[in-house]
Design a binder for this molecule. Structure first.
Ligand SMILES: [Zn+2]
Length: 271
């Protein structure tokens, strides 16, 4: 009897998860199209207490799936769904890698979307770093291979730069997310066309730590983000930014205290 009752509960739970996944994966023009990798998201609570970083990697949170690019949707993305109290933390580059940032996010169970440079001593040279973020449930996306200003280059170069960056990541993670962030956020019609032809959305941001400014401080960065923090924000910061770790240490507990959840870009874009 007990066994039967438990089975019934599990079956109902599975059905609910499957329904939730179906609604999420096939709804609307938001960058969350058909999944090629799927599963229901298993959330670890994001609490300010957070607990100290666990030894090693956490049990891998189930990914919500790699969405497909939908050419019918807007290619340039600056913000997510504003109907939920959610924000997405996005981290760029990777020349300098402050591992305290990953440890901090891990301690809160926060998954985010990262845009890593493929070449120039970054992703290609550090597959273990890419693999760790993938195991943490992060969406590891391309920030191009060379990290040059794309508006200075012709179409063919831009396509090659995006594809090569995607290939470096996929060689480690087996995943190609339909998201690309251009160096410096620079883009024009050629870059948009190249993105579309690479089945990528061009992802910008709506909020920033300002951690590329050598004159910033953790207090100033946190205040800049928190004073503007709103539903659907895509927050920009950098692995090797100025005071990025210290700034995030201030931003995360305060944002959680205000009721925000940190989610991946795919989750943020879901209808
Ligand atoms: Zn960059």
């Amino acid at each position: 009897m007990v066994f039967r009752a438990r089975r019934g509960t599990l079956t109902a739970l599975s059905a609910a998860l499957a329904l939730a996944a179906a609604v999420f994966l096939f709804g609307g023009c938001s960058g969350s199209g058909k999944a090629v990798v799927g599963g229901g998201a298993v959330e670890k609570p994001q609490s300010p207490e957070g607990a100290a970083a666990e030894e090693g990697d956490p049990p891998a949170p189930a990914p919500v799936g790699v969405p497909a690019f939908d050419p019918g949707c807007e290619t340039v993305i600056k913000t997510g769904n504003t109907g939920r109290r959610e924000v997405a933390l996005t981290i760029d580059d990777g020349w300098n890698r402050d591992d305290r940032i990953l440890d901090l996010l891990q301690s809160y169970g926060i998954r985010c979307t990262v845009f890593v440079v493929g070449g120039r001593g970054v992703a290609e040279a550090n597959p273990g770093w890419v693999a760790r973020m993938d195991r943490m449930g992060f969406e590891v996306c391309t920030h191009t291979y060379d990290h040059y200003k794309l508006t200075d280059h012709p179409y063919d170069y831009v396509v090659e730069d995006i594809r090569k960056g995607q290939e470096v990541i996929a060689a480690v993670t087996g995943k190609t997310y339909p998201y690309m962030r251009p160096s410096g956020g620079s883009y024009n019609d050629t870059v948009i066309r190249a993105c579309r032809d690479c089945s990528c959305y061009l992802v910008l941001w709506s909020n920033s730590l300002g951690d590329t400014d050598a004159g910033t401080t953790a207090e100033r960065g946190a205040s800049a983000v928190l004073s503007n923090l709103k539903n659907g924000d895509i927050i920009l910061c950098h692995f090797g930014g100025h005071h990025t770790y210290e700034t995030l240490k201030r931003v995360i507990p305060e944002a959680l205290a205000r009721g925000f959840r940190f989610v991946t870009l795919t989750e943020l874009l879901a209808p």
